[in-house]
Design a protein around this ligand. Structure first.
Ligand code: SER
Length: 304
């Protein structure tokens, strides 16, 4: 039986993983640095992943054997203070890796990101292993984490699995400070009948994925035999690619009447170094990845 620890559990992914595992009746311990606003459907402990002793004691107390380590400062927020971002993203990763080795954790899921790529990665269609020169501190920490997960697998047999998530579309939480947040902000504005000021230009194409695909892909990746995985770093994965203009058109087709103004800010420079489309054929080959949600299906789910 899996006994799952989720760190960063109140974030965009964490809340949805909790719901997913609840349906399967799995044991879940959620941790975060703030208390939940409403009672969760699982155990909860207030804990900072930078406090290694506390995390270690929780792993022991609850007999944890699987970890979903989701804590991170995202791309746009990360630029406010790169030193704090490095410290949080990397020290939390190191703490979880060490605790996992010492407590013989079976498997860890840790999200990587499209932020690891850069302008030399052939951004029109990014392969699994191009040149990677990330331009944000967030991307740098994700790439460093990818190197570490490979290293710990080879050195200690530590089984960390990972996906390079694109922008994730969901509405249960408020946007978390990423460069792809405009999608969620635009959806929320439209639902309230407000106009929206978009921080990216109308033709900025980025890869996206509906939340159910993000959760199901991680769970699928975690379920396969390790010997089926031909790489020990993170897998490319994508749902579909869109621009703000295409999103607006599709929302208009769904009957939403609102105006979008474009005022690109520093996040435009970040987006310009991220992929437009992604080659995720290795995920399809190795562990059967197939997205269920395109733009239309994602909007159907989020707008209704
Ligand atoms: N959605 C994330 C961000 O924009 C990408 O990993 O930072």
């Amino acid at each position: 039986m899996d006994r799952i620890l989720i760190t960063g559990a109140l974030g965009q992914l964490g809340i949805e993983f909790i719901d997913h595992f609840k349906k399967l009746n799995s044991f879940v311990l959620a941790t975060d640095i703030k208390n939940p606003k409403e009672k969760l459907s699982c155990e909860f402990e207030l804990a900072n992943v930078l406090d290694k002793d506390k995390m270690d004691s929780l792993v022991k107390k609850y007999n944890i054997n699987v970890i979903y380590h989701l804590v991170a400062i995202l791309s746009a927020n990360g630029e406010k203070d790169p030193f704090i971002s490095w410290k949080l993203n990397m020290n939390s990763f190191q703490n979880i890796a060490q605790i996992s080795i010492e407590n013989k954790i079976k498997k860890i899921f840790w999200p990587s990101s499209i932020a690891i790529f850069g302008t030399e990665s052939n951004l029109n269609f990014v392969s699994q292993n191009p040149l990677m020169n990330p331009t944000t501190i967030y991307g740098i920490t994700k790439l460093a984490g990818e190197k570490l997960m490979e290293y710990y697998f080879n050195k200690f047999g530590l089984d960390i699995r990972s996906l390079r998530y694109p922008g994730i579309i969901s509405t249960k939480t408020v946007p978390g400070g990423g460069t792809t947040d405009y999608v969620i902000e635009m959806l929320n504005a439209a639902k309230k009948g407000n106009d929206y000021v978009c921080f990216l230009s109308e033709n900025t194409e980025l890869p996206m994925m509906y939340i159910d695909d993000a959760i199901n892909s991680a769970v699928k990746l975690m379920s396969v035999s390790r010997k089926d995985l031909s790489i020990s770093s993170s897998y490319n994965i994508t749902g579909f690619s869109i621009t703000p203009k295409q999103l607006l058109n599709e929302m208009s087709n769904n009957g939403f009447e609102f105006k979008v103004h474009y005022e690109p800010d520093f996040r435009q420079q970040i987006a310009d170094t991220w992929p437009k489309t992604i080659d995720d054929s290795l995920s399809t080959r190795d562990w059967g990845w197939k997205p269920k949600f395109g733009l239309k299906e994602s909007l159907n789910k989020t707008l209704n």
